[in-house]
Ligand binder design. Structure first.
Ligand code: PBG
Length: 312
């Protein structure tokens, strides 16, 4: 009866799994602070996509770690860049897997900022062109959805315009609308080699104390043509998920970020918590708060646990 009257249930279709692609072959290197998450060369990525597909996961979020960085972040929008190759590889293995790409510059330039830097400042408007070009190159490679995470103002409009001009009007934009300047991204930055070389991301990412600003960010992204909104991180921002889901009638995505994952893994490794129970409870919480989709490094485990639960 308890199950029959349950209000919020987790489904495999709720899950999106982030994957990290790197150059080379035969590389499957575990990220030290994120046990169970790997840097994958394209051959290993293909293998991973087979596993993921068999588990019934329906979507992945692709990140690339380029071999070279330069001031213009040129590998971010190169036709043969690491993400562009990864998109094609994933689609070759499983054309039905929804491929979402993270659109940002921080992994691709030596300064590690999400936009172009001039005289020690991140210049918003001049960054938009490169960010839009990056999104376009992902769509051209076969990405189903592009997800800008850079937090420059106006990037959704720039991306929408460039995609439409190039006949990619059917590629939706999932905007990292409400992205806080958060310490929870620490392990990711180690994983993606994208820690800023100076300063921090507070000039473009949001202040954790703000909720009205979150509404404004969401509102402007929707006005610019965003199809889905994201709140990131998830755990410390459940009220933001709830507020956005009450206010806007678009699909809402919660990003259960790297630091949230690492904390669970570390405690589980010590036997201090029950990993499975904790993860399922957290993810159910994100959904109860109003998220339709959860991006999580736990996705493979969750898919297995849901299968086990169904076999009972
Ligand atoms: C790139 C980007 C970051 C994350 C996703 N895209 C890092 C950052 O903004 O510093 C974080 C993901 C995670 O922590 O799991 N801009």
């Amino acid at each position: 009866m308890r199950e029959m009257v349950r209000e919020t249930a987790l489904r495999k279709t709720d899950l999106m799994l982030p994957l990290f692609a790197v150059d080379g072959t035969d590389i499957r290197e575990e990220i030290p602070s994120m046990p169970g998450t790997y840097h994958l060369s394209l051959d290993e990525l293909r293998r991973e996509v087979e596993t993921v597909s068999k588990l019934g996961i329906r979507s992945v979020l692709l990140f690339g770690i380029p071999a070279h960085k330069d001031e213009m972040s040129s590998e971010a929008y190169a036709a043969e860049g690491i993400v562009q190759q990864a998109v094609r590889a994933v689609k070759e293995v499983n054309p039905d897997l929804l491929v979402v790409t993270d659109v940002c510059l921080c992994q691709y330039n030596p300064l590690g900022h999400c936009g172009i830097v001039r005289d020690g400042k991140i210049v918003n408007d001049d960054s938009l062109e490169l960010i839009a070009r990056t999104a376009l190159s992902h769509a051209a490679a076969g990405a189903d959805v592009v997800a800008p995470s850079d937090m420059m103002d106006g990037r959704v409009a720039s991306i929408r315009e460039l995609l439409d001009k190039n006949d990619f009007d059917d590629v939706p934009v999932l905007s990292y609308s409400v992205k806080y300047a958060s310490a929870f991204y620490g392990p990711f930055r180690e994983a993606a080699h994208s820690a800023p070389s100076f300063g921090d991301r507070r000039t473009y990412q949001m202040d954790p104390g703000n909720v009205r600003e979150a509404m404004r960010e969401a509102e402007s992204d929707l006005a610019e043509g965003a199809d889905m909104l994201m709140v990131k991180p998830a755990l410390a921002y459940m009220d933001i998920i709830r507020a956005l889901s009450d206010r806007y009638d678009v699909p809402l995505v919660a990003y259960n970020v790297s630091g949230e994952y690492s904390m669970v893994k570390a405690a589980a490794q010590r036997g201090w918590i029950d990993e499975r129970a904790i993860v399922l409870e957290m993810l159910t919480g994100f959904k109860r708060a109003g998220a339709d989709i959860v991006i999580t490094y736990h996705a493979k485990d969750v898919a297995r646990w849901l299968d086990e639960a169904n076999e009972l």
